[in-house]
Design a protein around this ligand. Structure first.
Ligand code: TMP
Ligand code: ASP
Length: 251
């Protein structure tokens, strides 16, 4: 039985819709099958992607919560719905890179695959109208989106997430190359992990596969036209469900 009723559409992003519910302390997130890349220049409908990302995100949020990392997650309902706490999301994309890939290699002389120890943390300003630009220290200070303490807290939280997820994925033969987080504040001012954590927002390489394309099990398959996107996400789900608590059903 559904324990919530859908209210007003609060926000529609490229991969999700966020709705109010009858309960002001509960927000419902619908995971869509839409795939986009390069700030939506490239678009497709990938049947089953929404359900896979909803499930994978739920499993990873369960694992984070079990490890004491606060998130917005409250549970799932059906195949594409996640129930979360309302959060004021900070308009920053917090990217942690364990290995060089993607924009880092396009923008600087760092060879793809270079191990980054300690992991690199990059902040981007989350606004599609500006193409989510990289933030220099000076620009971050100028925007004044967070205080110095909040900035330290959000970086520490992102590193804690890496500290939980990296070994979790390693245990199932996946390398967490890099990932993007969105963080925000709950009504009681707790800093929590929000949004989603899925192959749309992580780079995941199959550790048992040598080939640089074949090993990709994330959205780079879509970005690079490699095919097998939904199959790759399915493989990620199959593996992580072996090492995460089962997603709780809301209500
Ligand atoms: P990047 O190499 O393009 O900077 O991406 C770093 C990580 O962030 C990668 O795991 C993909 C993820 N990401 C998003 O989740 N959303 C985005 O809009 C972008 C550009 C990257
Ligand atoms: N999420 C971004 C977009 O749609 C970029 C990406 O993931 O490559 O366009």
């Amino acid at each position: 039985m559904t324990a919530f009723s859908i209210g007003a559409l609060l926000y529609e992003g490229k991969a999700k819709r966020v709705y109010a519910t009858q309960d002001p302390d509960l927000v419902a997130v619908e995971y869509k099958d839409d795939a986009t890349a390069f700030n939506a220049l490239k678009k497709a409908q990938l049947q089953g992607k929404g359900a896979l990302n909803c499930r994978i995100s739920a499993l990873l949020f369960e694992a984070l919560e079990a490890a004491g990392v606060p998130t917005h997650y409250l549970g799932v309902e059906g195949s594409c719905w996640m129930l979360v706490r309302p959060v004021a999301v900070i308009p920053l994309e917090v990217v942690i890179r364990n290995r060089a890939a993607g924009s880092l290699c396009r923008e600087m002389p760092i060879a793809p695959g270079t191990a980054l120890e300690p992991p690199l943390l990059d902040l981007y300003y989350k606004d599609d109208a500006y193409g989510d630009p990289f933030l220099s220290e000076a620009r971050l200070a100028r925007l004044a989106l967070v205080t110095a303490q909040q900035r330290a807290d959000l970086e520490a939280l992102a590193h804690r997430v890496n500290g939980v997820l990296r070994p979790l994925f390693a245990a199932v033969g996946l390398e967490l190359v890099d990932f993007k987080l969105e963080l925000g504040f709950t009504a009681d001012q707790q800093l929590v992990v929000a949004d989603e954590i899925s192959p749309d927002t992580c780079r995941l390489w199959d550790r048992a596969t040598e080939d640089a394309s074949d090993r990709i099990l994330d959205k780079d398959r879509f970005r690079q036209d490699l095919g097998g996107v939904v199959e790759a996400y399915g493989e990620v789900l199959k593996r992580v469900q072996g090492v995460c608590p089962s997603p709780r059903v809301y209500g």
